[in-house]
Design a protein around this ligand. Sequence first.
Ligand code: IMP
Ligand code: MG
Length: 178
Amino acid sequence: MKRIQLLDKEFSLSIPASDIKRAIWLMADKINRDLKDKNPLMVCILNGSFMFSADLMKLIEFPCQISFVKLASYEGMGSTGKVKELIGFNEELKGRTVVLLEDIVDTGVTVENSVKQLLQTGASEVIVATLLYKPDACKREVKLDYIGLEIPNDFIVGYGLDYDGYGRNLPDIYSLVK
Ligand code: IMP
Ligand code: MG
């Protein structure tokens, strides 16, 4: 199994790019059918979701817009349990169906918080699309409308996900070697 080193940690190949691609293709196919008449505003949660959002957007077949917010809850390899808003939600989403694009739902804190804030800012409906979901780590009651892949509760990097800022550029996903 292919191994890589990032800073002080070793990771082994866990989800190859071809599996990621297929999961995103299947999700886009559903979104194209379900949301084509809703004029949704896609919202990419930076930093982690940049790669997933870019690849998903290229497969959306109806005219749609994208916006970016920047949130942070992770430090190193663990969730702090709090969500910092670094670039916030704004007015443009008033009355809109919003599709939240997340790289991964881990404890669920970020998604729960973001949905709440989107509704407070005036979104009429919030739909959540996450590439990855760790069911065993999730501590919140969150409604996930589109899930790419369910994964074990291991720390992963690659395809936008990082370890202290490194690994986001990797086309495959790797998990920590314990
Ligand atoms: P949550 O708030 O605990 O659900 O985690 C949300 C954010 O933490 C995600 O959007 C990621 O940016 C980050 N995160 C969660 N799990 C991992 C992981 O295994 N590797 C890298 N980042 C992660
Ligand atoms: Mg994220």
